[in-house]
Write a protein of this length. Sequence first.
Length: 93
Amino acid sequence: MHSLWIGESILQTALEQADECHGKRIKVISVKIQEENFVESDWLQFCLEVAAMGTIAEGARIEIELATSTTCDDGTLATSTGRELFEVAVEVD
């Protein structure tokens, strides 16, 4: 369920970016997501594909990169919330 929520959030971000570019179809969704989200990339890809059905992102190639956590100077892990946990870029027609 966690992956589905993240997938839907990523898709919403991708659709917003495509709209800003006046894109008619999303060809590629590139995602960089922090490892501390504990998301399996295959499962996230599946969730994105399902969420994209019926949208301009349906059939888009999905590229997922798992990023390593950032360690602060004091040795603690840097954390963030919401959309800061992932970065999205789209390629549109």
